[in-house]
Design a protein around this ligand. Sequence first.
Ligand code: FES
Length: 120
Amino acid sequence: MSEKTYLYVCTGCGKKKKSPETASKGNGDTLLSKLQDVCQDEENIEVLPIACLSNCDRGVSVAMTAKDKYHWLFAEKGENDDDIEAIVRAAKAHASLHDGFLEKPDRANPVVARIPPIKS
Ligand code: FES
């Protein structure tokens, strides 16, 4: 069975004072709430808050992790339908894969980082 996928949504994004050029296009709290609603019946996806993902100039940032799978960091997300659809599509694909390696069409671009699973 494939491991559960965890989505960490930065709730700091959208709160910190930024210049117009680096301000988040969305609000992390709102994105978290919408993703939790959309994913509430998904047994293999859990959506959790995190205070900061150290990607503050390209927020709203969303990290995707799972045991023994590739980890991903996505940027520039907002609470609009297109971004939510892209994140959920990526999470569903990630949850269904044994290694979490997303093909390009399944990524919630832009991707900031792709981190390999720990080698055991
Ligand atoms: S405040 Fe969101 S990544 Fe730092």
